[in-house]
Design a binder for this molecule. Structure first.
Ligand code: PEP
Length: 251
């Protein structure tokens, strides 16, 4: 299980230090449940200083696919490693819809993350109109194949998948446990085609989309739901800690 907080473009340095400190003091190491926070780039170094040696690991929200160069405003995998990141969120729906990221972009970033021993949290998920038209599985399959075909993993924990139905992100509307489980099982089947059954069985598939302490248990207790990617509820220490506790209960 992995509970990962996506802070998005929230928290200035002072607020980030406070939240990281509060989490450091209240999240206990638990076998079987990994915990990560993904603050904005400018807070990563400070967050690492606070979290180093704790049960909480660090992730970034995006990166560029190149090693270095004339890419104004971008951040490389090596830079993320140098400030202590273990994870990087790739292909979040906000990157895809607002910044025009394609599956090919995500694929290039996945390869670069793996080459730098960062664990990509690869986000997939359908828009509401896709689900209404009954094509949610086709959309997610295209995203998975587009980003992961020919990717080679050494161990299943090299990568994490996050299923985030776009209609559930930041909307307060959550996929039902049945909807989540059905899609997660479908994703696992696609991962089996890509990586083989043994690897697919051991890859963490997170659910993301308005996960909160009051709906976490029923989502996290689904057999193919191996954790959560948490937006809004990761910005408040009490609710993020409650989500970690839910994961410990449900694993
Ligand atoms: C997200 O953006 O990854 C997310 C899941 O957001 P929220 O929890 O706020 O829906």
């Amino acid at each position: 299980m992995l509970i990962a907080g996506n802070w998005k473009m929230n928290m200035d340095l002072i607020a980030a230090r406070q939240l990281a400190g509060a989490l450091r003091n209240s999240v206990e190491a638990s076998e079987g449940v990994q915990v990560a926070i993904c603050p904005p780039f400018v807070a990563l170094d400070a967050a690492y200083g606070i979290l180093h040696g704790s049960a909480i690991q660090l992730g970034a929200q995006n990166m560029h696919a190149a090693d270095s160069g004339a890419f104004t405003g971008e951040v490389s995998a090596g830079m993320l490693r140098s400030v202590g990141c273990r994870y990087v969120i790739l292909g979040h729906s906000e990157r895809r819809t607002i910044f025009g990221e394609t599956d090919a972009d995500v694929k290039a970033k996945v390869a670069q993350a793996l080459a730098h021993r960062l664990v990509p949290i690869v986000c997939v998920g359908e828009q509401l109109e896709d689900r209404d038209a009954g094509r949610e599985e086709a959309v997610v399959a295209d995203q998975l194949r587009g980003a992961l075909t020919d990717v080679r993993l050494t161990v299943p924990s090299d990568i994490v998948i996050a299923y985030e139905p776009v209609w559930a992100i930041g909307t307060g509307r959550t996929a039902s446990p049945e909807q989540a489980q059905t899609m997660h099982a479908f994703i696992r089947k696609e991962l089996t085609n890509l990586f083989g059954a043994d690897t697919a069985a051991a890859i963490d598939i997170l659910y993301g989309g308005s996960m909160k302490p009051d709906n976490a248990d029923e989502l996290l207790s689904q057999p193919d739901v191996n954790g959560g990617l948490i937006g809004g509820a990761s910005l408040v220490a009490e609710s993020f800690v409650a989500l970690v506790q839910a994961a410990v209960r449900c694993q």
